[in-house]
Design a binder for this molecule. Structure first.
Ligand code: ATP
Length: 436
């Protein structure tokens, strides 16, 4: 299979209702995107798959959902107000702006080709600032969170007390984050509004290194299990000069995007930096008393921080395939069933009234358990192709024989194989084939 071009996915996603440019009727809004009928289902599936692996299947992680709006104190303590900035340069010839650390050559403008045309770099803070309440004084300053992580640190004591967990344990969160990126680019890869899936895992300090290894391996497994091939996935340890001052080790999970290897997730050893900072700024004690050893300590933190929207782009790129079938090109999204927007499509062979009641009955039965599409327009071959293109793993065709033999045809997206299945055993057949 040839490498998927970004345009192929962007076009398919627009055409089939995965991702639209936001406020498109007004010309679009600055690299902001809306997730359509299929994209919103798929994005939810990405997040659900993460929660399943990180919370549901474990005893040592709990989920929270913290506020997006926060007071300056949180961001002072975390260091974001003073440090969360990127170096910005302007080209004095073409007036375009760039993030200096992302330029191939820091002296050459990628837009007009000018050499030595950049201004001095300025640090540009990426936080979105707003005001809470009707009075616009400094006390009303608020920020949209640029990461979900701080909600886990500020709730550390609350969760410790209410969940009765003890290190090693984690707090997970999935939700929107906002960064005033200098150069949002590559579709939903880098946007100003995006979704993150983050875990803060608190451990006794001596166990930091081994838990870091554990989470690197565990997170790589997650991407592999959901269908990203090894050839498109790698774990890249940061060089010493890339590490933040408090980090004792960070690795990025990287995906082979059409423009090269780029980050899907960062897994960082954050030591006791965040809890210590918040304890100092808030005056609250943020530590753990271990009764067994009669010791009080500030836990170390391992943070696997992934992007949900960015990861969705990677899953789509990895799944996109085109193949020749009977002299025609078949486009198929080979999405893992867990990620596919619809798991099953119910397709009555004809729109005739005689088939509709049974087809609707089957649609309702499957809808109890799985997200299901129902399509009765156009020739059956075209309807199969439509489902292939949006990644639906299974199609169930209801035909005139079904009225006699109480059986339907199940068609597999990847092999295009068709089998006749009694309606009585349809649900177990679907669940075996889907594996979910
Ligand atoms: P980058 O270097 O690409 O700006 P980062 O290292 O600052 O990213 P983190 O702060 O580690 O990113 O955020 C964790 C994850 O959140 C990233 O790996 C990415 O998947 C996602 N993410 C961060 N910024 C964006 C963005 N602007 N748009 C979409 N996803 C993002």
């Amino acid at each position: 299979m040839a490498a998927t071009e970004l345009d192929q996915i962007v076009n398919l996603c627009k055409r089939r209702g995965f991702v639209y440019p936001s406020a498109e009727i007004y010309g679009g809004f600055r690299s902001t995107y809306d997730y359509g009928p299929l994209g919103s289902l798929m994005l939810r599936n990405v997040k659900d798959a993460w929660v399943r692996s990180m919370v549901q299947q474990r005893d040592d992680v709990v989920l929270i959902d913290a506020a997006v709006l926060g007071p300056p104190q949180v961001w002072e303590a975390s260091g974001h107000l003073s440090n969360f900035s990127d170096p910005l340069v302007d080209c004095t010839v073409c007036r375009n702006r760039f993030r200096l650390d992302k330029l191939d050559d820091p002296n050459v403008c990628p837009s007009c080709g000018g050499s030595g045309t950049f201004t001095e770099a300025r640090q540009f803070n990426l936080m979105f600032k707003t005001q809470a309440g009707p009075v616009a004084d400094a006390g009303a300053d608020a920020y949209l969170r640029p990461e979900t992580a701080q909600g886990m640190f500020t709730n550390f004591s609350n969760v410790l007390q209410t969940s009765r967990k003890r290190p090693p344990f984690g707090i997970a969160q999935v939700g929107k984050s906002f960064r005033n990126e200098i150069t949002p680019q590559n579709w939903i890869f880098r946007t100003r509004e995006f979704e993150q899936m983050e875990l803060e895992f608190f451990v006794p300090p001596a166990d930091g290194a081994s838990w870091y290894e554990y989470w690197c391996e565990h997170r790589m497994e997650w991407y592999r299990d959901l269908g990203i091939p090894d050839s498109m996935l790698r774990l890249r340890p940061h060089a010493d000069d890339e590490l933040s001052h408090y980090s004792t080790g960070t690795s990025d999970v990287e995906f082979l995007f059409p423009w090269g290897w780029d980050e899907l997730e960062g897994i960082a050893q954050r030591t006791d930096y965040d809890l210590t900072q918040h304890a100092a700024h808030s005056g609250e004690r943020l530590d753990f008393f271990d009764q067994a050893s009669d010791e009080r300590y500030v836990p170390y933190v391992i943070e696997p921080a992934a992007g949900a929207t960015r990861t969705m782009a990677a899953f789509l790129l990895a799944a996109y395939d085109e193949e020749e079938v009977n002299g025609e090109t078949r486009t198929v999204l080979r999405l893992h069933p867990r990620l596919a927007p619809y798991k099953v499509a119910v397709l009555p062979l004809s729109k005739k009234d005689t088939l509709t009641p049974l087809a609707k009955e089957i649609r309702a039965m499957i809808g109890e358990r799985y997200m299901v599409d129902y399509d009765e327009t156009q020739a059956i071959g075209r309807r199969y192709r439509r489902q292939d293109e949006i990644g639906t793993p299974l199609c169930v065709t209801v035909d005139f024989d079904s009225l006699e033999d109480s059986a339907v045809t199940v068609r597999d997206r990847d092999s295009m194989e068709q089998v006749r299945v009694p309606i009585d055993s349809l649900m177990s057949e679907l669940s075996t084939r889907l594996g979910i």
